[in-house]
Design a protein around this ligand. Sequence first.
Ligand code: IDP
Ligand code: MG
Length: 138
Amino acid sequence: MSNITFTMLKPDAVANNYTGAIISDFIQGGFKIQAMKYIWLTAKQAGKFYDIHKERPFYNDLVAYMSSGPIVAMVLEKDNAVESFRTLIGATDPTKAAEGTIRKKYAKSIEANAVHGSDSDANAIIESSFFFSQFERF
Ligand code: IDP
Ligand code: MG
């Protein structure tokens, strides 16, 4: 069990001005911000970040979407961070996300689903170091 997870506020969330509300929900959920960056990814960067999904049918659309506007990348800290954060954000498909979850409240579609959350402790560190050099030491 690790205490960090990585998240991005995706282009739909930033464009819809949900940045403040979503960060407030993270803090209300007990997460502390360890690092934060507002950045517009190139398609090349988005493609590299989502390399694990390159065989999936939605990969090209996902890369285009994730490079369509600015995002906010963050490292968050809490006990059992990865699992606790995925509970807070809800299911990938917002129509299936539980009431009160971030994706239920703010996501537009299964693709434009407001936020990313790491799926394992190992990926939390890989993803954090993709954006923030201080996590390369872990
Ligand atoms: P997750 O973000 O809940 O971990 P993943 O399966 O890892 O979900 O998929 C990564 C991202 O790819 C999703 O957050 C979403 O933006 C997009 N995605 C996943 N499944 C689909 C789909 O069926 N159609 C379009 N986009 C999808
Ligand atoms: Mg995932």
